[in-house]
Every structure is written in structure tokens, then in C-alpha cells.
Design a protein. Structure first.
Length: 326
């Protein structure tokens, strides 16, 4: 263990995972330096040193500095990550790369961290490019840092400041009440993790100097349990109406999040049943589901809900499906 406050360099640090990580690090008394372009919420952490730069072209502004660890929350392109790895060299004790479960080549069967990864090549379909790029980034970080590399593979990340409308949609929808379209069936698996639990695990990983690859997401739970938690907390009088996956697909609903958090593609049948035993053994904990639902709804309400373009399923679209399929 590192018996002192950490010195952390965060690449990015002002959106969702990065923002939450910085908040958690500051609350624990760690020293944080941000490196970003200064375009997204530059006023967010006035007390934190921000080095302005563009990692896609030039990281020279970080020259001559050392940190206990760098946390790369915004690495998507292999060559950009390679540039960061090269520029930082031996000046960080640990390189933490926030990857994704989308790196897994087989998402139809339950996988652990040792499953085959996608390979970035010209034959990949468009929907696998994100995962293949993340997998290539993982290989670059592991190749450069070895045991000093920590690869974090989250699945769906939820909670306050979520830039998507996948999770926030549901407590907001139950609050509106009436007939609520629920996709699939109650026994279908759901798997997600509160962003604050991801941040806490990353900080613990750095403090313990823990290297390796970890699936960092929630325990699988029945979809019905998630919806029941939303209903009980927000609006017990809402009327859940389950519509099966086959019906939704026949109606032309997109199989990947055409209804928020629903995955109807057979080739992704196990993406919500990923093995997280390695991360649990390494200290991963999860806050109560009701806490995540309540806090997300409070944040969503305070911001006034999403922009119309971001809403996963509009009221009109939902009503049309209810009319046609029930």
C-alpha cells in the first residue's frame, strides 16, 4: 500500500467517470492534476491544477513531472493512447486505463477477463469498432507497463452525470406513471455499476498497487428487480407492461438500446452476465440499487431532464409500441 496521499494525473477528468473520479480523489485528500483541452466544464474544479493540451498532438506540457499514477478515462484511439504511453514513459508509477467490456470477442457466452478480445482490422462490422479500438489500447498499455498497468473494464456505467439517457430514462419514466413499457421479460439479466463505485475501486486499485485486467461492473440481477426498484421508489401506482423481445424485434425496435438498457441481439446475450469475481476479490463493492436510482433521479430532475435528442424512447414512440403490441 502507498502510505500517503496519491499524486494523480487524470487525462480528461471533467465528464462522468473522470469527474466522479476526481471528486472522489479530492475527498480522500489526494493531489490531482488534470490534462485536457479545457473545453468541457473548465470551471468544474477551480482548486485543481489543469494543464491545457491536446493529447492527440502534443503532451510536452507534462514534461519533467512525476505522478504515482495516471488514469486514462478518455482513451479511445490506439495511436492516441500510444502517444500518451510514450510521452509519460517511466514518469508515472501506474497506468490505469479505463476500457470496456465491449472488447470481448464473444458476447454470447459468459466471459471472464481471459476471454478472447476483438482485433482491429478492416473486416470488422461498424458496431464492433469501438470495442476493437479499446482492445488495441489495452494491448498498448499492457505492453508498455506490464505489471504496472491496470486495465478497468466497466460494462454499463450509471449514476449522476450520466451523459446517456439509458438509466435516467427509467426512474423518470416511472415518475410520469401510466402504462410503462418494459422490454423483454422479468428474468432477463441486467448488469450495470454506479459510477461512484467505479471511481472508488480505481482509487483502491492504485493505493494497493494492483495490476492486471478486471471486469468492473455490477452483479447480474433480473431486469424485473431493477424495474421493481424504480417503481417502488418513484411511483408504486405506475402500471408495468412487459413486451417480449421477439415482439419488439418484429416491430423494428433497434436490438441495442432501442428501448433503454434493453439488448435484444442474440450475439450479445451474455453481455449482462459477465464474471466479476476477480474484481470482487480485489475489493469491488456496490452501493444499494435504491441509492443509485434515487440519486440519479435527483440529478436528472435538477438538470431538467435530457435534451429531446438524447431521450432513449419518446413518449410517442412508447405509446405506439404499446398500442401495437399489447
Amino acid at each position: 500500500m502507498i502510505p500517503r496521499p496519491l499524486s494523480l494525473l487524470v487525462l480528461g477528468g471533467t465528464r462522468f467517470v473522470g469527474r466522479t473520479l476526481v471528486e472522489a480523489a479530492l475527498a480522500e485528500g489526494h493531489q490531482v492534476t488534470l490534462f485536457n483541452r479545457g473545453r468541457t466544464a473548465p470551471e468544474l474544479f477551480p482548486e485543481v491544477e489543469t494543464v491545457i493540451g491536446d493529447r492527440t498532438t502534443d503532451l510536452s506540457a507534462l514534461g519533467g513531472r512525476r505522478w504515482d499514477a495516471v488514469v486514462d478515462v478518455a482513451g479511445y484511439e490506439p495511436e492516441v493512447v500510444r502517444r500518451s504511453v510514450t510521452a509519460l514513459g517511466g514518469r508515472v508509477g501506474r497506468y490505469v486505463f479505463v476500457s470496456s467490456l465491449s472488447v470481448l470477442a464473444d458476447q454470447a457466452t459468459v466471459q471472464n477477463e481471459d476471454g478472447e478480445l476483438l482485433v482491429l482490422d478492416g473486416d470488422l462490422p461498424p458496431h464492433q469498432l469501438y470495442g476493437a479500438r479499446k482492445a488495441a489500447c489495452e494491448r498498448i498499455v499492457l505492453g508498455a507497463y506490464g505489471e504496472r498497468a491496470s486495465i478497468v473494464r466497466p460494462g454499463m456505467i450509471v449514476g449522476p452525470h450520466d451523459p446517456t439517457d439509458r438509466f435516467p430514462y427509467w426512474p423518470r419514466r416511472f415518475r410520469r406513471g401510466g402504462r410503462v413499457l418494459l422490454p423483454g421479460n422479468p428474468a432477463d439479466a441486467a448488469q450495470f455499476i454506479d459510477v461512484r463505485d467505479v471511481a472508488a475501486w480505481i482509487l483502491g486499485c492504485i493505493a494497493a498497487q494492483r495490476g492486471g485486467v478486471y471486469n468492473v461492473t455490477g452483479r447480474p440481477l433480473p431486469f424485473g428487480e431493477f424495474f421493481a426498484a424504480c417503481q417502488a421508489l418513484v411511483n408504486p401506482g405506475a402500471e408495468p407492461v412487459w413486451v417480449g423481445t421477439e415482439k419488439l424485434l418484429k416491430a423494428g425496435v433497434a436490438p441495442w438500446m432501442g428501448v433503454p438498457m434493453w439488448i435484444g441481439a442474440p450475439e450479445c446475450a451474455a453481455i449482462n452476465r459477465v464474471d466479476i469475481s476477480r474484481a470482487l476479490a480485489a475489493g469491488l463493492t456496490h452501493r444499494p440499487l435504491a441509492e443509485t436510482v434515487a440519486d440519479t433521479l435527483a440529478w436528472d430532475t435538477a438538470r431538467g431532464g435530457p435534451a429531446v435528442d438524447d431521450e432513449g424512447l419518446t413518449a410517442a414512440q412508447e405509446q405506439r409500441l404499446l398500442d401495437e403490441l399489447t
